[in-house]
Design a protein around this ligand. Structure first.
Ligand code: G6P
Length: 612
């Protein structure tokens, strides 16, 4: 949450910073601000609202400066308003900061600083941090780098920060703990950002700071140190693996729609080089290299948040059915605080699109300390979770910008399906013949997803009939229960229609009370538990509920009674979550568009939740 950008070099910093903030807006969009640094003066603009509002109020700004930092905010401390927007100045006006994260002990520090005569204009923890840096600097006569280091050693919490001192206006000091920070390496110019998207058009080389590291960046170079002991660190320069066009809308109205339509490719990319049906093989080094440890374990624990947690639930169904290894699926935020039993023999699969979700990261660290083996499934290459995992598989879905996760979800399920198949082969649960058959079936997924995407117009029309709905129920059984959960989550995230996902059979234990002519029920009625789902559809119809059913070709029973049917290709049940998710994504998308909602930036949400 919150995006930060910085630039020092030979270009006009304004353009780099404002365009960079626009790319990072998926991280937060309550307010935005920037400061340009020129001739030892700060030219600052900040405002409640979006980066476009910041651009608007910056029209009169002198834009010749070649150094600047900026911020797009997802509020934690203090309501989103102009005053609470970043950057924040220190009391003397000599230091300026942008910050992503939370300073947990800010209240004690604020009290101490207030006693020393400091005053605060905002409600933010960030203003406390910049004044702590100033206090350290003034009381011990320190350079800005040392003052930042001393201050960071006093704070508890999470941060990625950029700090500039007017008196040393040739450098930006940055630091990281818990919140991501990347440095783009140019020639006599450097970029700073919460992820590489703001600078990928300028350089393909990036250094990702590790937790507990800081850097002093001048036009001449980058000096990385450990915050704890000032030890110099040799920065590891990584090659960026994506291009600018991957993070632009490419003619689509929204990133979400683009990402939904990218799924045939993203699923193919996720399977590429791994699913080798002609050789009768799944090639996943992470699983193969650690197969002995995995097979010896008594259980797998899947940890995730949000949509990734739904992928985890599908993973549970897949691994238990295909490999017969017991699986538990945990919300990271619950797992980390409920004193769970963790055995050193446990395998923990951590699923995260961003690889930065604070609760997932903390849960993994806890499991790791207890001796469990951590297998990361992340989309963002080089992300924190990917780095602390013992092994793992990237999803290769490409950058996902829309806040509501779509292609990352189907890529996660694709990886989990391949893992389940490979483990099934290793445990001997799947015969060679069955394994091979499943590979061939799975290989067809991208084409089948293409077929589903052709239903776009049809789904748009169905959405029209329900745009004024206030509630919606999603039902599914077996593999498609998590799909129902995910369908409901997508709808509420972007259209603000209240939606609940339920196992179809559980409808009788509560949600049935809600059913009347005003309640649309989306029900997954593809093969697998079909007869039972037909009964559920009848129960809904006899209470006048409206039914939108996902069905397979040849269906007659559901067609005869449902209000709308969306026909998707018939696939083996273990592959059905991927296929059946796509129409639900489209339905949510069109409902949100029809209701005039901001699809890519739904209110109050952020793509990457780096605070707990
Ligand atoms: C946020 C996002 C969701 C995402 C969840 C977990 O809530 O809005 O789309 O599923 O975080 O994020 P992760 O990056 O760990 O998958």
């Amino acid at each position: 949450m919150c995006g930060i950008v910085g630039y020092i070099g030979k270009k006009q910093a304004f353009d780099v910073v404002i365009n960079g903030l626009q790319r990072l807006e998926y991280r937060g969009y309550d307010s935005a601000g920037l400061v340009l640094i020129q001739n030892e003066t700060f030219l600052m603009k900040k405002t409640k609202g979006k980066v476009s509002d910041l651009r608007e109020i910056s029209q009169d700004l002198d834009k010749t400066a070649q150094m600047g930092i900026g911020h797009t905010r997802w509020a934690t401390h203090g309501v989103p308003n102009d005053v609470n927007s970043h950057p924040h100045l220190s009391n003397s006006g000599e230091l300026v900061i942008v910050h992503n994260g939370i300073i947990e002990n800010y209240s004690a520090i604020k009290t101490m600083l207030t006693e020393k005569g400091y005053h605060f204009v905002s409600d933010t923890d960030t203003e406390v941090l910049v004044n702590l840096i100033e206090f350290m600097q003034k009381s011990s006569n320190l350079s800005i780098t040392d003052a930042v280091r001393f201050a960071l050693n006093e704070v508890i919490g999470a941060y990625a920060i950029c700090v500039v001192d007017k008196k040393e206006a040739d450098k930006i000091v940055v630091g990281r703990l818990g919140s991501p920070l990347a440095i783009g390496m140019g020639k006599d110019e450097f970029y700073i950002a919460s992820d590489a998207s703001p600078f990928v058009e300028f350089t393909k080389e990036a250094v990702y700071l590790d937790d507990g590291e800081m850097a002093t960046i001048t036009k001449e170079g980058v000096d990385v140190r450990k915050i704890a002991d000032n030890l110099q660190v040799e920065p590891l320069v990584q090659q960026l693996q994506f291009d600018l066009d991957q993070i632009e809308k490419g003619g689509y109205d929204h990133f979400m729609l683009k990402e939904i339509f990218e799924q045939p490719k993203s699923i193919l990319d996720t399977m590429r080089g791994r699913l080798l049906s002609s050789e009768g093989k799944i090639k996943m080094a992470g699983i193969f290299d650690h197969r002995n440890r995995i097979l010896k374990s008594n259980r797998i624990i899947i940890i995730a948040c949000g949509t990734s947690w739904h992928a985890g639930l599908i993973g549970e169904y897949l691994i238990e059915e295909l490999a017969r290894i017991p699986v538990e699926v945990e919300y990271a935020s619950e797992f980390r605080y409920r004193n769970p039993v963790i055995y050193p023999t446990d395998i923990v699969i951590a699923i995260s699109q961003s690889g930065e979700t604070a609760d997932s990261l903390a849960a993994i660290k806890m499991a790791k300390e207890a001796g469990a083996f951590i297998y990361g499934i992340c989309n963002v290459v080089g992300s924190s979770i990917a780095r602390i995992s013992d092994a793992g598989s990237y999803t290769h879905a490409g950058p996902e910008i829309g806040v509501a996760s779509t292609k990352a979800f189907t890529a996660q399920v694709t990886v989990l399906t391949m893992i389940a198949l490979e483990l099934g082969k290793q445990t001997g649960e799947l015969s060679n013949e069955k394994f091979h058959k499943h590979l061939v079936e799975m290989e067809m997924l991208p084409k089948q997803v293409e077929t589903v995407l052709k239903l776009d117009k049809e789904i748009q029309e169905i959405a029209l009939a329900y745009k004024d709905a206030t509630n919606c129920l999603y039902l599914g059984r077996g593999y498609n229960f998590p799909v129902a959960l995910e369908g409901a989550l997508k709808l509420k995230e972007i259209s603000y229609i209240h939606a609940e996902g339920y196992p179809a059979a559980e409808m009788k234990h509560g949600p049935i009370a809600l059913i009347d002519e005003n309640l649309p029920v989306v029900i997954i009625a593809t093969k697998g538990h079909y007869e039972k789902v037909v009964s559920n559809v009848q129960e809904i119809k006899s209470r006048k509920g409206k039914v939108i059913a996902i069905v397979n070709p040849g269906d007659t029973e559901v067609r005869a009674i449902a209000d709308h049917c969306i026909e998707v290709p018939a696939v083996e049940e273990f592959l059905s979550p991927i296929i059946n998710t796509i129409p639900l994504q489209l339905l949510s998308y069109y409902l949100a568009v029809l209701r005039g909602a901001n699809v890519d930036q739904p209110r109050n949400l952020a793509k990457s939740v780096t605070v707990e």
